[in-house]
Structures are given as C-alpha cells and as structure tokens.
Design a protein around this ligand. Structure first.
Ligand code: DON
Length: 577
C-alpha cells in the first residue's frame, strides 16, 4: 500500500525471474497463500461477487440467497470486510459506491461516503510556524483522522436500494467478529510492519495482540468490542454514529488525543449521491468515479490519449512504454486540477476533451521516455472558466455494483477508539498539506486539494462498471493508493484487448504504474529481463516493488455466465451461484 522506499535491485530481481521462469505468474507467491494458479475464480448464472475477503464474499452470497437485493449483499459484505480486513477499511473510514441498475432507462448512481475534514480544520494545519510541513502529522495519530462516512454511506445505500431488514445485513459481520477467524498472511505482515506505531497506544495494542504477544499468521482473532459496536449499529443505525455511544466515544477520544473531530462533525456528516462519469470506449460504455475521486478522470484521459493506438497488437515493451507515458501525463494534470467539487468549482471538460488528449498524445515519442520535468500539467487558466478494499458484484437482473472502501494506510492513523474496536482513518493525508509536498503515495496536489472545513480529500479510488449495449459486462475496482486507477485500467485492457476473454489471466498478469512524479515506472515482479532492458534503453527509470494494487472483478462472459476473480496477490474471496 505504501509505494515508497521499497526497492529491490534489478540484479536480484532478474535472479528471481529466472528462478521462477516455469510459472506464468512469477510475481505471485501462491505457496505463501496456500493456493494454486487455478485459484481465485467462481462462476454462476445468478450472481457473482469478488472482494478482498473470503468471509465477505460468502456474506454477500448468503444475503443474496436469503432474497436480498444486490445492494443488500454489498452492504453485508462491506460490514463483513470491516471485520475481516480491519487494517484496510471499516467503520472509522469511508468509500465510494458505484451502482448501475437495469430499467427502461438505466439508472446509474455514485454514492460518495468519503471522509471529510473536521469543521475546525485549516489549510495550514500540518505546517509549522516556518510554513514547513510537519513530517508524519497527516499520517499518524488523531489529527490525521477525517470524519468517517462508512456507516452513513451504508445506511443511504440500504435506504435507497435495500430490501431485507437492516439488522439482518449486519449479522454475518457480527458473527465473524464474535467467532473470529485465523490471521491470514497479509494481516500478520501488516501488523508486524506497523507494530511500532500500533503498540504505542494500549487499547490499539490490545486489538492486535493475544496474551501480550503480537498476533501472527494462524492465530485466532476475535473482535468482541467491534461485535458490540456492530450490534448497537444494527439496533439503532441512525443514532449510533451521530450521537449514540459510539459517537460519544469517538468524540471523547479525539479530545484526549488532540484530534479535531467533534460530535457536531459526526452529526453533520452526510453521504452524497453524485452522477458517475460516462465514457464511450471500444464500443462499450464506461461508468467511472467522478470527483472527489481523480480515478475516473485519469482513466478517461489515458484512454483518450491512446484512442488511435492498436493496443491489442502492440509489442509488449512498446505497450508498457506507451501506457506509462499516458499515465505520466494524466497524473500531471491530476495534481493540478482535481478537488472536492462541492468546494472547488471547476470544469473537468478541458481535461477530458479530445483536443487535449491529441495534444498530449502528440508529445509521446515511440521508444523514448519523456522526462517528467518536461511535462506541463494543465494550467489553472484552462480550468478556470466555470469555475482500500474493493467489492464487485453483478446479478442476472442486470444490476452491477463496484464499491471501494478505505482507511487510507494500513490501520489508518494507527489508533483505535477505546471500547469500540474501530480503527480510525488517516484520510487527511490525501489532502495536499502544501503545494509541491508529496503525500504518502508520492502524489502532489495544488490549491484545488488544499484542506478546508468539511471538504473531501481527492481520492484515487476508481470503482468502475463497463456496459455493453446497455448491459453491465464488468464490475471492477481496486485498493492500492495512487496505483488504483492505472491497475484497474490495465486489467480491463487485458480482458478486452490483450488477453481476451480470460479474466483470470487479465487479473493475474503483472502490472505497472507511472504517476508523473517520481519520474519512474513501478513494475511488479514478473516482467522479463528483455522488457526491463528495453524500457531502460528508452530512457525510463524503473522501480521494482511488491507494493501493488489489488483488483477485484466480476465479468459477464459472452455466454451470459458471471465469472468472479479475486486478486491472488492478497486475501480475497470469489463466490457465485
Ligand atoms: O482515496 C485514496 O486514494 C486513498 N486513500 C486510497 C488508499 C488505498 O487504496 C490504500 N490501499 N491499499
């Protein structure tokens, strides 16, 4: 998740590549996960779900079999994910929900339950008296927390599109929190990686240890406080997170730790319904996340730039080069342009225009990297005139859902609220603390993404639905910070162009990423030595990293069956019926 500072020398990598040459997926450690290369897939005619949690996908199936709507299944899975992946998402976080419903006229909506800055937040809150950014303050501790939107988001989704009683949807999550589950490899790894910060607070420490020892792979984890919190939310959802016991505990904890969220902030929080971005590509309609996500804009800019290139027939290293160059340019624009649309009145039209795409495409040279310092992001003048976990589901009625949920970094701000089992996000780091200062993902921002009271920080989360002749054929999205949009794009390019009609291959194949700055392509393990050599010859700086994005997908194949594939790089679950 943290894409910084994890470099392995290329010499070592080529050794690994050669050593694993027999596997078509040498970048995935199947043994570590006790899985094989034929894993991670489920198919069926009625519905399918893929998520970053085994129990979560099972919960979606359970609710669907009880007669719940696809939205009911998504809400149940989201709450279960909050128990199963406490490091990645939960009641102390937020997310985005993209929903495409069938009907005479399709009704496509985007629910934004992203966290917002507390009411007393200020643009310079993470800077000292010399106007320097105070290191780590936007990432660790109570000040890093933005007002959570998870429960209000789930409530809105259930109110609009749910059928089963609310309390029923929380049962699988409550059951899992009470009964517990075995700590899986990546949960153990994240606990170990973050232990220094997590052990500083005694309550947080109690959640990640057993008998005074840090939880490790194979240990049994039960979350009894979280189970009680979930029971209160099942009983009185309207009140609990706004003014009830949980809200009071969050506000009291903030006060003692120098956090800014008050009970008023919790009371005031509202999830917002927005219109998804729509884009025609390759005979299909893409539904994408609008601002405050930058994801949809970045994907459209990239696809626009490459509209005339034969991506399906292109030689692999030229494909990586060309796509990386389009990423570089789209992320440069992202850094200047995108902000919370409720605050920063701007038009995304200039970014999405074909004329801009043509101009950017013309600046790409075949076989030759463009230095990032030569890239000029779109200017504010051009924009001015108007102003981590994925869940994917589809069903036979023609509904499709892509939902991305997050705490930002693993375990968010590394603090849990006493007696609630809730880990708090550190989404304040997604704001730009100061123009030109990178956040944890190395992303830069400008005035558009500065901190202001009740404002939403820009996100990379990119839940996406693809329609073919008006019917959903793909629900997709990812966790993975700044890499989300580029990895989502590669998986659907694979499925529709590069490895046609093989979803497992599309998800399993190695992926890459460029975000303008730092000026480098970040490659997963698994690219050939020849590819690495060729890219270097073109002038690209390369970083090899095992910090990647995790893509969860459901596809409706040409025979009309649903195929769900979860990303084998981490914990996950695919179910279908
Ligand atoms: O909204 C964003 O862009 C980030 N807060 C997402 C963080 C994330 O994906 C962490 N993933 N593993």
């Amino acid at each position: 998740m943290i894409p910084m500072g994890f470099r392995i020398s290329l010499i070592l990598i080529s050794g690994i590549l050669l050593g694993c040459a027999s596997s078509p997926y040498p970048h995935i450690d199947f043994k570590g996960w006790d899985r094989t290369e034929t894993c991670c897939l489920a198919s069926g005619k009625k519905m399918a779900v893929a998520s970053g949690g085994t129990h979560a996908s099972q919960a979606a199936l359970e609710i669907s079999q009880m007669g719940g709507t696809l939205a009911d299944a998504a809400v149940a899975a989201a709450f279960t994910l909050a128990v199963e992946r406490p490091q990645s998402l939960g009641l102390g976080g937020g997310g985005f929900f993209l929903y495409s419903q069938p009907g005479k006229k399709r009704n496509d909506v985007f629910v934004d339950f992203r966290e917002v800055a507390p009411g007393v937040a200020t643009a310079k809150m993470f800077r000292d008296s010399q106007d320097q950014v105070i290191p780590l303050q936007s990432r660790f501790g109570a000040k890093a927390v933005a007002t959570p939107g998870f429960v209000p988001g789930m409530l809105l989704i259930h109110k609009k599109w749910g059928k089963l009683p609310w309390a029923k949807l929380l049962q699988p999550a409550i059951r899992l929190a009470r009964q517990g589950f075995r700590v899986y490899p990546s949960l153990a790894r994240r606990i170990d990686e973050e232990k220094k910060a997590l052990l500083e607070d005694s309550y947080t420490k109690s959640l990640i240890s057993i008998n005074g020892e840090l939880l490790k792979k194979g240990d049994w984890i039960r979350q009894l406080d979280l189970a009680q919190t979930l029971e209160r939310i099942a009983e009185n959802p309207q009140r609990e997170m706004r003014s009830g016991i949980t809200a009071q505990k969050i506000a009291a904890f903030m006060k003692t730790r120098g956090g800014l969220i008050s009970q008023k902030d919790l009371l005031r929080y509202q999830a917002v319904i927005r219109k998804p971005l729509e884009f025609q590509w390759n005979g299909k309609t893409l539904l994408l996340a609008p601002p405050p996500s930058a994801g949809g804009v970045v994907v459209i800019e990239m696809l626009n730039m490459l509209a005339r290139d034969a991506l399906d027939r292109m030689e692999p290293s030229e494909y990586v080069h060309l796509l990386s160059e389009s990423m570089r340019r789209a992320y440069a624009d992202r850094s200047q342009a995108i902000g919370d649309p409720d605050f920063h009145k701007f038009s995304i039209e200039p970014l999405l225009s074909y004329s801009r795409a043509e101009k950017l495409r013309a600046s790409i040279t075949s076989g030759q990297a463009t230095p990032s310092k030569a890239i000029r992001p779109i200017s504010s003048e051009d924009l001015k005139e108007n102003h981590t976990t994925q869940l994917s589901l589809m069903d036979e009625a023609g509904n499709a859902i892509a939902m991305t949920l997050s705490l930002n970094e693993f375990f968010g701000c590394r603090l849990a609220v006493p007696e609630t089992g809730i880990f708090l996000n550190n989404q304040m780091d997604d704001f730009s603390s100061k123009p030109g200062e990178p956040n944890v993902f190395g992303l830069l921002g400008a005035e558009a993404n500065s901190i202001a009271p009740f404002k939403r920080p820009v996100s990379s989360m990119t839940p996406t639905i693809i329609l073919d002749r008006g019917r959903p054929v793909l629900a997709i999205g990812a966790a993975g910070g700044s890499k989300i949009s580029t990895h989502v794009t590669q998986v659907f390019l694979n499925l529709f162009l590069r490895t046609p009609d093989d979803l497992r291959k599309a998800v399993f194949s190695p992926r890459f990423h460029h975000q303008w700055l730092p000026d480098q392509i970040t490659l997963e393990n698994g690219f050939s030595e020849k590819m690495i050599r060729t890219l270097k010859t073109m002038g690209h700086s390369l970083e090899i990293s095992d910090r990647t994005a995790l893509v969860q997908t459901v596809w409706r194949n040409p025979e009309g069956s649903f195929v769900a594939v979860f990303d084998p790089r981490d914990e996950g679950g695919a179910e279908a019926q």
